[in-house]
Design a binder for this molecule. Sequence first.
Ligand SMILES: [Zn+2]
Length: 139
Amino acid sequence: MYFYCEKCKKQYPLNTHAIRCSCGGLFRLHKDPEDVVPQDVSIGHMVTPLVPMNVGGIEVLLKLENLQPTGSYKDRGAATLVSVAKSLGITKIALDSAGYAGASVAAYAAAAGMDCRVYVPEGVPDGARQQLQTYGAEV
Ligand SMILES: [Zn+2]
């Protein structure tokens, strides 16, 4: 796996500290089929259970995402993000979030022993702030 510039196609390693290409282009992730994505960090996220239901004569399957450890489907992405970051030797994570993504990343960062800082917008609900702080994030 590696990053490449969407404009000039220059390649960068996953552990680059650059936030964009030297030409100004944004990064894209290249992943070969044989590349293994680490999944070492878990706090119990799962394949989401499905519940069948008839809605107006149509059979649908409802996903119970609220059963994920932080209550959000974003736990699956956070698990991958933090696992890959950990495999690269990264020890600190910072992100901006108004809620669920920040909570998921903060929880998985805590499980991985990483420092986490979450920038939230003014007026973020107290519950969201408290959830982040419960996971040890600097808010
Ligand atoms: Zn470029």
